[in-house]
Design a protein around this ligand. Structure first.
Ligand SMILES: [Zn+2]
Length: 630
């Protein structure tokens, strides 16, 4: 046996002691799977799974996957009795020998106590650590004589926890396992969501773990809502409804939203970007791709999986008009902010796709609303009427509230991460402010609907953000320094030379600019009536560095255009900062292994205090939703 799922330290290291790698709530479904290496020329003719020594009833499918290896799987197993269980696979080889392997998992019991939460709202600031939060507080609310003038909305939530974020295969997680853990209670490999890893190339046949939304739709009739500023096929939204080993398989993930999410998870609200996956192949703006094999990007499930989970097998259907199919399924479709806001309060199913890819970020959306300019982003002219996250959140709550059994809602601020990757300080901070305004919408909802649990957290830390000080100069002086001619009378270093050996940049944009300790003092920002900063470039602005940085030029000023390669922007100032984590040609800052903060409020929030593994959040949430809390 080379693999036994669910993953366990007992199988991998012969260690039966806690922590148990795989845990489930009573009745939560998951697949049992093993990869078996047969002797050369032999096959596996029979296999059984036993839990606690008792054979598990159900179909065991044996599939040859090449090199005398066999994939053995039993679908949609569940157990309602709390406790630690052993799982054993016994496989018979064609010439007679029987091999066995054993692992374990835990069924985490639920106790009936106090009052249940009817609704749960996960607010995920993608990549948001304490430093991202702090930067948003300094810019949005200000600090006076050392005290925050006004707390962020997320600061007002009474309960705080700290989460460990490693994935199943690394201390550095990506967003798929980093978010999926809140929906399935288990770790997965980077790039994978709603599944455990296996040994086939097929993107859709992996051993599955049931999502919270699916489970609560099935057992309590709850609705599911997914809201993001990213492309809806992206890792965090996908992690609340899809099952795949490839977070990038957009056609299949979006088909799965309708074929499984709507059909089985009561998905009732889906808002974000990613319209391209919903437009038929060949039509303008479509990103759907046709393929000929099942490990392609379109979701085609093995028949045994579809039967085992009672879901549609899917099809290779590049020409599918997914928006039309959603409308046929009773959804109101909103392509822009105006139609989103106009959706009737009694709406029970809402699809909003406001961009073909990731939505524009709040700094550019707000600038456009203020000035009508589209210069800062290449897509604003095409999608001029995009909602802000707080507007999407408010509408989602209005629609989901119509489901009397309650709901599971996930709201993601995706570009805190994407702009931190791009080391675009002003844009990630601005999006953290947009995120906090969405948190406020949820707090307002919770006040009116006390049986609501709010969890604000992240999936991982992005870029190693460090607020190291503030500028010692005015904005005008900074602009002058960022374009100043160097010691040789030309911009961009000595004789036009650029790169690490240019001292000009250090002289122009560090010496006499970086104020640390006392000289950082308190940067002062102001807000406009729209609630957002008047400018991100005030005099003596806050300065941020990146511990997980890639190569970049830096002039500390707001970048006029979004998403420009950090190696190519700000060059006139010639302040080159070499990346620690990533270099030439790939100058994106990276995720770090730092713990992340969690803030909780509302029904059952008291359970979320302390330092815990990120998967633990799922179990405490399920306790509040199924058993209740004092
Ligand atoms: Zn990221």
């Amino acid at each position: 046996m080379t693999r036994l799922n669910p993953p366990s330290a007992l199988f991998s290291f012969n260690d039966a002691t806690p922590p148990y790698i795989s845990r489930f709530v009573p009745g939560q479904r998951f697949d049992l799977q093993a990869t078996i290496q047969a002797d050369p020329g032999q096959t596996i003719t029979a296999a059984v799974f036993k839990v606690g020594g008792v054979t598990v009833p159900g179909t065991v499918t044996i599939t040859s996957i090449g090199s005398d290896r066999f994939n053995v799987v039993l679908r949609a197993y569940s157990n309602v009795v709390a406790g630690v269980k052993t799982v054993t696979v016994e496989a018979t080889q064609s010439n007679g020998p029987v091999a066995t392997a054993t692992g374990n998992f835990e069924i985490v019991g639920i106790t009936t106590v106090g009052r249940k939460a009817k609704n749960i709202i996960y607010l995920i600031g993608d990549g948001m650590s304490n430093a991202h939060r702090t930067a948003a507080r300094i810019v949005s609310n200000g600090i006076a004589m050392g005290k925050a003038i006004t707390p962020l909305a997320m600061d007002t939530l009474p309960v705080t926890g700290i989460l460990n974020t490693p994935s199943l295969n690394s201390i550095i997680t990506d967003s798929a396992p980093g978010a999926a853990c809140y929906s399935v209670g288990n770790k997965s490999n980077n790039g994978q969501e709603g599944v455990f890893p296996d040994d086939t190339a097929d993107k859709w046949d992996n051993p599955r773990v049931e999502h919270m939304g699916n489970y609560l739709a099935r057992t309590q009739g709850k609705a599911l809502g997914i809201v993001t500023t990213a492309d809806v096929e992206d890792a965090t939204p996908g992690s609340f409804s899809a099952h795949t080993q490839d977070r990038g398989a957009g056609t299949g993930i979006c088909d799965m939203y309708l074929d499984e999410g709507v059909a089985k998870h009561n998905l009732r609200v889906l808002l974000g970007g990613g319209r391209k996956w919903f437009i038929p192949f060949g039509s303008p703006g479509s990103g759907r791709i046709g393929n000929t094999t099942s490990n392609g990007a379109d979701a085609v499930l093995p028949a045994e999986l579809a039967a085992g989970w009672g879901v549609s097998a899917g099809a290779v259907d590049p020409a599918r008009d997914l928006i039309a199919d959603f409308v046929t399924a009773g959804f109101t479709y909103a392509p822009d902010k105006t139609s989103l806001i106009a959706a009737a309060p009694a709406t029970t199913k809402l699809l909003g796709l406001f961009h073909t890819g990731n939505m524009d970020v709040s700094l550019d959306k707000i600038n456009h609303r203020r000035t009508s300019s589209t210069a800062s982003s290449s897509t604003l002219a095409t999608f001029p009427d995009q909602p802000l996250l707080e507007e999407m959140t408010e509408k989602a709550l209005q629609v989901l509230k119509n489901n009397t059994q309650g709901f599971v809602l996930m709201v993601e601020a995706a570009s805190i991460d994407k702009q931190a990757h791009n080391m675009d300080t002003e844009r990630f901070v601005h999006d953290t402010i947009e995120f906090d305004r969405s948190v406020q919408k949820c707090i307002d909802f919770q006040v009116a609907n006390p049986d609501t649990l709010i969890i604000v957290t992240a999936d991982h830390e992005c870029a190693g953000v460090a607020i190291f000080g503030a500028s010692l100069v005015t904005n005008a002086q900074l602009i002058a320094r960022s374009t100043a001619l160097g010691t040789d009378g030309v911009q961009g270093g000595v004789n036009g030379a650029t790169g690490v050996n240019s001292t000009d940049g250090q002289l122009q944009l560090r010496t006499g600019v970086s104020g640390t300790y006392d000289s950082a003092a308190f940067p002062v920002y102001t807000n406009n009536a729209d609630g957002y900063p008047t400018t991100m470039d005030p005099d003596r602005k806050m300065l941020i560095g990146y511990g997980g940085n890639g190569d970049r030029y830096e002039d500390w000023l707001q970048n006029p255009v979004v998403q420009v390669n950090p190696e190519l922007r700000d060059k006139p100032g010639d302040f080159f900062i070499a990346g620690q984590a990533a270099g030439a040609g790939n100058s994106s800052a990276v995720h770090t292994a730092a713990d992340i903060p969690l803030s909780a409020g509302g029904r059952g929030a008291s359970l979320f205090t302390g330092t815990m593994d990120n998967t633990e959040v799922f179990f405490r949430a399920m306790q509040v939703l199924i058993g209740g809390a004092k």
